[in-house]
Design a protein around this ligand. Structure first.
Ligand code: NAP
Length: 380
């Protein structure tokens, strides 16, 4: 089948010029890989910034076909596939772990990891991402989706499932590292982004008290309203006055006793974790500080306070395979609802020629529950 197809993709070769749409070979599946028809892929709000070289720590190496993750339909499997077959619907996750060294990690088409060996993965076999019609992905990165359950029983349009990435990454922080329990209190900030908002949703699902913090009251109100104004979700607007901000957070914690977890999601164009100083002043003894954002500078953590409080400082990029599977199970069981039924609004762009417009749209409009999706093979 693959022989009759033609591929086109968005080719980015410079940080100072827009990419071009070009013809590409249809990839071939070899051992340990799968080729998928890219049905839908999420376009993140800050993608244009990365493509313009504005987020150095992304370590994106050019040239390549960019973008991470997709909902795909398998068109070819390598000879060592034991479960997956042609025609299967999959979540193609773009976290690539070195097969001979699990400490080498990149995100296919999106982030270059660290060092020379990251470069080998980024500019080698697993270079090209999902801004193309057909993509080659590692066999182990493809997670079978139960299309009957998701589409027929739960009523999802496949494009809504592109948001899975937000929940798997948030799962790395909330399910895996925080291991959040019912009745615990977590402060999340900034909380109104695509990933951080998903962290808020997962924390609520765990039964935690959630205090969402941010600089903008309007977006915090939207966050709360979109989630149906649950009682366990409170918010505080940060002013930059650390003591006043800490007091505002503390007032929202049960009995004013403080938080068990502070989870930071500072965006990549900011030097330091914006709300960490205030958040730390509200953290209980034995509390956890989970860094999930992309600040380009340092996180200042007071040494003596950390020691005396037995705080754990944890950084987390992406999530384990176990967490990914858990998130997919939660969605499949209907326990975690994503997409339109929970206030998600989707704007679609329906050909690879639309990538520039899709990136611009995401940059201008992307925020919690406002998603931009590219459908490289047309409407689904
Ligand atoms: N750990 C991981 O594996 C992982 C994976 C993916 C992404 N990330 C990182 O997580 C970061 C956050 O992503 P996201 O999707 O939650 O955010 P996003 O959708 O890019 O939204 C930006 C967020 O940052 C806030 N913000 C922007 N400028 C700010 C400023 N000057 N001061 C305070 N707050 C500001 C916004 O709040 P307003 O509502 O006030 O505008 C909003 O909450 C990204 O930069 C990304 O690099 C980490």
């Amino acid at each position: 089948m693959a022989g009759q197809l033609t591929n086109r993709g968005y080719w980015l070769s410079s940080f100072s010029e827009p990419g071009k749409t070009i013809d590409l070979p249809v990839p071939k599946a070899s051992s340990g890989s799968v080729v998928v028809e890219v049905l839908a892929t999420l376009v993140l709000p800050y993608l244009a910034q990365i493509h313009q070289g504005g987020v150095q720590q992304a370590n994106l190496m050019l040239p390549l076909v960019p973008n991470a993750n997709c909902i795909g339909r398998i068109i070819e499997v390598g000879p060592d596939a034991t479960l997956l077959k042609t025609g299967d619907l999959v979540w193609a996750d773009s976290t690539i772990v070195g097969r001979d060294d699990h400490t080498v990690v990149i995100v296919q088409g999106h982030l270059g990891g660290l060092g020379e060996r990251g470069r080998t993965l980024m500019q080698g076999e697993w270079r090209d991402g999902s801004f193309q019609k057909y993509q080659k992905v590692p066999l182990e990165s493809c997670h079978l989706l139960n299309a009957d359950r998701l589409v027929k029983d739960l009523g999802y349009n496949l494009l809504e499932l592109t948001t899975i990435i937000l929940y798997t990454v948030a799962g790395g922080a909330i399910l895996e590292m925080a291991n959040l329990q019912a009745g615990q209190t977590i402060v999340i900030g900034p909380a109104t982004g695509s990933f951080s908002g998903a962290a808020v949703e997962l924390a609520l699902l765990c039964g935690a008290n959630v205090i969402a913090i941010g600089r903008t009251e309007k977006t915090l109100i939207t966050l709360k309203e979109k989630l149906g104004s649950p009682k366990r979700l409170k918010y505080a607007v940060m002013t930059g006055d650390v003591d006043a901000d800490a007091a505002a957070i503390l007032r929202l914690t049960p009995d004013g006793k403080g938080a068990d977890v502070f989870n930071d999601w500072t965006p990549g164009w900011i030097e330091k974790p914006v709300f960490l100083p205030a958040g730390l002043k509200t953290l209980k003894a034995w509390g956890k500080i989970i860094l999930s954002g992309a600040a380009w500078g340092s996180a200042d953590i007071p040494y003596a306070m950390s020691i005396h409080n037995n705080w754990q400082v944890i950084a987390r990029w992406c999530c384990t395979r176990g967490t990914l599977t858990r998130v997919l199970d939660l969605i499949n069981q209907g326990l975690l609802e994503v997409g339109k039924s929970t206030g998600g609004e989707f704007t679609t762009f329906e050909q690879v020629e639309d990538v520039e417009r899709a990136k611009e749209h995401a940059a201008a409009n992307g925020r919690f529950k406002n998603y931009t999706v590219l459908l490289p093979n047309g409407p689904i």
